[in-house]
Design a protein around this ligand. Structure first.
Ligand SMILES: NC(=O)c1ccc[n+]([C@@H]2O[C@H](COP(=O)([O-])OP(=O)(O)OC[C@H]3O[C@@H](n4cnc5c(N)ncnc54)[C@H](OP(=O)(O)O)[C@@H]3O)[C@@H](O)[C@H]2O)c1
Length: 443
């Protein structure tokens, strides 16, 4: 294809793979995203924000096809509308959109709802179009499996049947579609095997040689998914790689990465090897997590420090953020930091009336309907502030503005201070290996 092909979101998980496949097919490739990240040689990068509409036109002008992979937790419908408007003004590119198998069955809220709206915008755009619905990516399943297995008990949604797919297979199919004639709704695409979420998690635990208790938890309001709403209809396209093959490659890459990494100075909180034989300090069951503190809590060693922290906690309460939100923030940051002392916040929150659904699914809060918009804003802020070093723009305007939409200035001040204080607790506890006063049941 002589004219360029644009990949929106070409720096994302799927977008990167589509870019590589297009280059392999000899295409002139453009990428559009908000943040300028390294792209392969020969790719032309356009900084644009699909949601605001800023900067789109130069990227779509003269494009023969647009593979629309950009996505965000919010605003995909708006983004797609802006993309369609710019593409219609500047030409008639073949618009290829990637969506999710079965979203019409789960589109009553949140992300699936906007994906369905985006599909409708593409189909009524007047541009030549193709929509490919695909199932969950292996990478997405892996990320969730890693999150779920951070603690001794790994809760999984009971009865969720899925047929995840390798995003490389999806990228290949999207390129085939983009370079072909517009197909309207193409046959859905899925991986080669149907599995339960519990089985996916067990596969991951086996591949990563971890031992966890897999606990299926029945989530209310998910009957459609339990009845197979996320499975593709007959006649779908099937990807080639299985979950086990994917995991084998991932674990090999991870092993190589760990070998290349400089020796860690501290203790390994997430070992990738089987536990070593029990030592005298470990339990008869051999549980390697029977940890012993390295020293007394620094706040006890320097009592004035504890007094100052207590005063700070009391001041934070004046900000007017609901205590349930503060508990969620405490738990989420502590999950990320792997602080076993602070994840005890879950037990306190439960005593305060929190539901099991909210506590079990907090690690994957974006994909659940259990949290209010204000809580979601606080959680997004928590994750950004806790993972400062993970991104070039650690706390983007999008996250900050959403928090500011729900919390006034004193509440925002309290939230920011609280997230920072929780991170202090986590870092102190993890570094000195503090032990919870009531250690949760060992597995
Ligand atoms: N992940 C799955 O399991 C799965 C399953 C089925 C279908 N899908 C679909 O596959 C597509 C790609 O998903 P993914 O997981 O690869 O996404 P991803 O890794 O989160 O990447 C999202 C991309 O979109 C860009 N982006 C976000 N907001 C933007 C905006 N306002 N303007 C311009 N660019 C923007 C991001 O770059 P910047 O942040 O720099 O802008 C990034 O390049 C989505 O449509 C998703 O619904 C995913």
């Amino acid at each position: 294809m002589a004219s360029p092909v644009l990949v929106t979101g070409g720096t994302g998980r799927l977008g990167k793979l589509v870019v590589a496949r297009l280059q392999d097919s000899g295409c002139d490739v453009r990428v559009l995203a908000r943040h300028d990240r390294p792209t392969p040689q020969g790719v032309t990068f356009f900084t644009a924000d699909l949601r605001t509409g800023q900067g789109i036109e130069p990227a779509v002008t003269t494009a023969a096809a647009i593979v629309h992979c950009a996505t965000s937790t919010r605003g995909d419908a708006e983004a797609t509308r802006n993309l369609v408007a710019a593409a219609s003004r500047t030409g008639s590119a073949h618009l290829v959109y990637v969506s999710i198998v079965g979203i019409d069955h789960i589109a009553s809220w949140g992300y699936p709802k906007t994906k369905l709206q985006a599909e409708q915008i593409v189909a009524s755009s007047g541009l030549p179009w193709t929509i490919l619905r695909v199932t969950q990516f292996f990478d997405y399943c892996l990320t969730n499996a890693q999150k779920l297995s951070r603690f001794p008990v790994a809760p999984v949604p009971a009865g969720f049947t899925v047929q995840p797919v390798d995003p490389r297979d999806v990228a290949g199919r999207l390129v085939e579609l983009a370079l072909g004639e517009p197909a309207g709704r193409a046959p859905d695409m899925a991986g080669p095997q149907v599995s339960s979420w519990a089985d996916l998690l067990r596969g991951y635990l086996k591949a990563s040689r971890r031992r966890r208790w897999v606990l299926p938890v029945r989530l209310p309001g998910t009957r459609a998914v339990r009845n197979g709403a996320l499975l593709p209809p007959p006649g779908h396209t099937i990807g080639s790689r299985t979950w086990d093959q994917f995991l084998t490659t991932q674990m090999r890459q991870q092993g190589r990465h760990n070998r290349l990494a400089p020796p860690a100075g501290g203790h390994h909180r997430r070992p990738h090897h089987p536990p070593s034989p029990p030592t005298s300090r470990q339990t008869a069951k051999g549980a390697p997590h029977a940890i012993q503190a390295r020293m007394k809590n620094p706040g006890v060693v320097i009592p004035d420090a504890m007094t100052a922290i207590r005063a700070l906690n009391a001041a934070i309460k004046q900000g007017g953020v609901p205590s349930r939100t503060l508990d969620l923030v405490h738990l989420r940051a502590s999950q990320i930091n792997g602080c076993i002392v602070c994840v005890g916040a879950a037990a306190r929150a439960k005593k305060d009336g929190e539901s099991d659904e909210r506590l079990f699914t907090l690690v994957a809060w974006r994909d659940t309907p259990y949290f209010t918009d204000a809580e979601r804003a606080a959680l997004a802020l928590t994750e950004a502030v806790t993972r400062l070093s993970d991104r070039t723009d650690p706390v983007p305007d999008e996250i900050w503005n959403e928090a500011a939409r729900h919390y006034d200035e004193p509440a925002l001040a309290a939230l920011v201070l609280w997230i920072a204080v929780v991170n202090v607790f986590n870092r102190v506890n993890v570094t000195t290996r503090q032990v919870p006063s009531e250690y949760p049941g060992q597995v």
